[in-house]
Design a protein around this ligand. Structure first.
Ligand code: ACM
Length: 781
């Protein structure tokens, strides 16, 4: 430590003596546009850059079919994303100073490690294992795509040495709540591998769907893979078609092979003892206590059903796992374990008998017993059980079991302290279904915003962790739950670019993580996403333009999630550039106005141009996503049916309380307001939470919109009757407001007799002073 300090002081003194600016010190390491950040990057002794142009050759060692395959993938990627044509050849290449790319085997590096030398006209990747060679090729591909350009690339002469921090660098894909086609799953695996992510945690079973063909139990997919979406939900069809699908064993074998070729291991998750309504619907005799589920589960949430703990049920589970193990060759088999309705076992004779035999009374002891039995079965077949952190409760866990922590990081820390291996997957920060920002048109998902920066800031190695416990951390993963992420474009937007942040946290050594450096590398990453056909979410790099009334005109505020760099803007309609006005504070505009704004870092543009058309109406309009929920204990951003004007908005709502606040609305001169709303199917299994739904009593059966000022509990200042409607309908109500002046919080509540359908606010429009009408509806999504 003291040595290092002396060293850096010496460097500083030298720099001062030589008159070098501070930037020159930091510039000792060449900047490469690689995500995740490599372990080390150094300038080559010969600094001559290397031009990679069309027609050059990638050489793979003679007889090394794995290397040849990697060379082929590199060539394919260079062509599809850069338009570069690289040839393939077998052999060591014609020698130094010949333009070429060379893959070589070098003993003594770790299985995932590689070294990449760019010098003397060549790019040379050396690795011991196939994975290391593949990752070296991924890094070289990133060097070949440093920007959105096409054609030849000049590479700086560097040496990169690299290996991962963590062995488990994962992504959870929930195929149970919504189904992705095999082609979509394979594409996601391709994209994961280009982030050096190596574990696909495949959530194949949940209450709403059983997605894996099991030959011995055909009803699992004949019955359990299908549901009829509630009317008015985005999955519903006018004809009431069922929704679902499953993966045949042949498809799974192909997906597993596809993943293996990209160094991705698939960890299948077969949920037990809870979250398996789909199985209990198919085979009701396997359930514990009380009535079996009556119909396919179309609700999101939790349900009071669990597997029984009798021999018949364990026989079934072992049969299922036997087929699962035959399909998935990896060591890890995930068996869920989260949120099991253990109290059901209190009314199950077999469960009570087993509890007595265990000398216990708490049903949590039964889940521990359940987990031990399944773990022993898997272990006898050479596999390791993985479960959510609930498997820590109720008794001893087999030493080999792996704990996946979703209740923050505490489960993993507790497990690691007890000597278990653990994986970090904490909600909400690594739950990729949380909305990525607070703009008016974020994709649907969970309500609480989790930004790219939040994900990047996740620290997998908190200071409280002992070195021994840290040794038990296998790694981390982002979790793409899909209750509200239905389509391939939505999957892409929620996964990327957050997967890049998870990749860097998981792969790069702690000292290599650097938010500013990551942000500098993002434009190239977005360009790669575009070239790959990934519709990545741009909230992180898009300037947010907010406007509020100021007399007859407006005050504009710009915001960025990045926390660094500059925002540049124009108000004359021109494209903002590096010399456009620098945003320093809120500014006034005369209406109507057009504000265009973009984020920069040191003159480099980071994202798309935000383009806001402002007029007296638009600055008085708020989408639900820009409002506050009065009660934010549960926040969802729900997609409804498509509206008559062709939009598919996401409604920010607490299903337990239909109440929103428009903070600081300027009411001066406002005589009228309009509120658009939808009736959404209330498809939530809230269990006891149903008792916590707050209903605001109506005066007439279809309910009302009530508007209050500065409080949500005083008498309303305006009330409008809602037109009647069924789930899926969308309507607007317009109502006069009594004269007020100045800024006030407006509180909007919908009254109703029941909570199904769920009344969800879409947008609020205050009619501009002096206008009779409320103005046009918002455009977009
Ligand atoms: C979970 O979110 N129940 C793992």
């Amino acid at each position: 430590m003291a040595r290092a300090r002396r060293g850096s002081r010496l460097a500083l003194v030298l720099a001062l003596l030589l008159g070098a600016p501070k930037a020159a010190l930091a510039a000792a390491e060449p900047q490469v546009n690689v995500i995740p950040a490599p372990l080390s990057v150094a300038s080559a002794a010969d600094p001559t850059p290397v031009l990679i142009a069309d027609g050059e050759t990638i050489f793979a060692p003679r007889g090394d079919t794995a290397a040849l395959q990697i060379a082929r993938e590199l060539s394919d990627l260079a062509l599809s994303t850069r338009g570069l044509t690289l040839k393939l050849a077998v052999g060591d290449g014609p020698g130094p100073n010949t333009p070429e790319i060379v893959l070589v085997r070098q003993p003594g590096l770790g299985p995932e490690a590689y070294a990449l030398d760019v010098k003397q006209g060549q790019a040379r990747i050396a690795a011991t294992g196939d994975a290391g060679l593949f990752y070296g090729a991924v890094t070289l591909w990133q060097l070949l795509t440093p920007d959105a350009g096409r054609g030849p690339v000049t590479l700086a002469a560097v040496r990169i040495e690299d290996r991962p921090q963590f062995a488990w660098r994962g992504l959870l894909l929930d195929s149970a709540r919504h189904f992705q086609t095999p082609a979509e799953v394979e594409q996601l695996i391709d994209w994961m591998s280009l982030h050096k992510l190596n574990v696909l945690h495949w959530h194949l079973v949940d209450d709403q769907g059983w997605r894996l063909q099991i030959r011995k139990y055909p009803q699992l997919t004949a019955v359990g893979a299908w549901r009829t979406p509630p009317a008015g939900s985005p999955d519903a069809t006018p004809a009431g078609a069922r929704y679902g699908g499953f993966y045949t064993q042949g498809q799974v074998r192909a997906i597993v092979a596809h993943a293996a070729a990209r160094h991705v291991t698939i960890v299948p998750e077969i949920e037990m003892p809870g979250h398996a309504v789909s199985a209990l619907l198919a085979y009701p005799q396997l359930g514990a206590g009380g009535p079996a589920p009556a119909a396919a589960q179309t609700d999101w949430g939790g349900f009071p059903y669990v597997y029984n703990v009798d021999d018949r049920t364990f026989g079934f589970l072992e049969d299922v796992l036997t087929e699962v193990m035959a399909l998935f060759p990896g060591r890890y088999i995930h068996v869920g374990g989260d949120e099991a309705a253990k109290e059901r076992w209190n009314s199950t004779p077999q469960a009570q008998a087993r509890l007595r035999a265990l000398g216990q009374s708490d049903p949590a002891a039964l889940q521990a017993d359940f987990t031990r039995r399944i773990a022993a079965f898997l272990e006898a077949h050479g596999r390791r059980l993985v479960g959510w952190d609930e498997i820590l409760q109720g008794g001893e866990l087999p030493a080999d079991a792996v704990v996946m922590s979703w209740h923050g990081v505490d489960g993993a820390l507790a497990a690691a302290a007890k000597g278990h291996d653990a994986v970090l997957a904490p909600a909400p920060v690594l739950y990729f279904d949380n909305r990525p920002g607070e703009g008016p048109r974020e994709p649907p998902g969970r309500g609480p915003p989790v930004t790219l920066r939040d994900v990047y800031a996740f620290n997998p190695l908190p200071a409280t962790l002992t070195p021994e416990a840290a040794g038990h951390l296998l790694g981390l993963q982002g979790n793409l739950w899909t209750e509200h992420v239905r389509t391939a474009p939505q999957v892409q937007a929620m996964t990327f670019p957050k997967a890049a942040a998870v990749a860097e946290v998981a792969w790069s050594a702690p000292g290599r993580r650097d938010w500013e450096g990551f942000v500098r590398r993002l434009p190239a990453q977005y360009a790669r996403y575009a070239a790959l056909g990934i519709g990545a979410d741009a909230s992180a790099v898009t300037v947010r333009v907010d406007a509020a009334p100021a007399g007859a005109d407006a005050t504009v505020t710009l915001g960025s999630q990045l926390g660094l760099g500059e925002m540049r803007y124009t108000t004359d309609g021109s494209e903002p550039g590096p010399a456009s006005p620098l945003y320093a504070q809120a500014f006034a505009v005369k209406l109507p106005a057009r504000v265009r704004a973009v984020a920069y870092l040191d003159g480099v543009r980071l994202g798309p141009v935000a383009d806001a058309q402002l007029d007296a109406a638009s600055i008085r309009r708020r989408a639900s996503q820009q409002l506050r929920l009065c009660n934010d204990k549960l926040q969802l951003s729900l997609e409804g049916a498509r509206t008559a004007d062709g939009r598919s908005p996401a409604y920010l709502v607490n299903p337990q309380d239909a109440c929103w606040i428009y903070a600081g609305a300027d009411l001066t001169g406002i005589e009228r307001l309009t509120v658009a709303f939808a009736r959404l199917p209330f498809n939530f299994g809230l269990d006891a939470g149903h008792n916590s739904v707050i209903l605001h009593p109506p005066r007439q059966p279809a309910g009302e919109l009530e508007v209050r000022q500065d409080s949500c509990t005083t008498d309303p200042i305006a009330v409008a009757a809602l037109p009647p409607g069924t789930a899926g309908s969308h309507a607007e109500v317009s109502l006069p407001l009594p004269a007020r002046s100045g800024r006030h919080d407006l509180c909007f509540t919908f009254t109703s007799l029941g909570f199904d359908p769920l009344l969800a606010l879409d947008w609020v429009q205050l009619a501009p002073p002096g206008s009779a009408a409320a103005g046009p509806a918002p455009r977009g999504r």
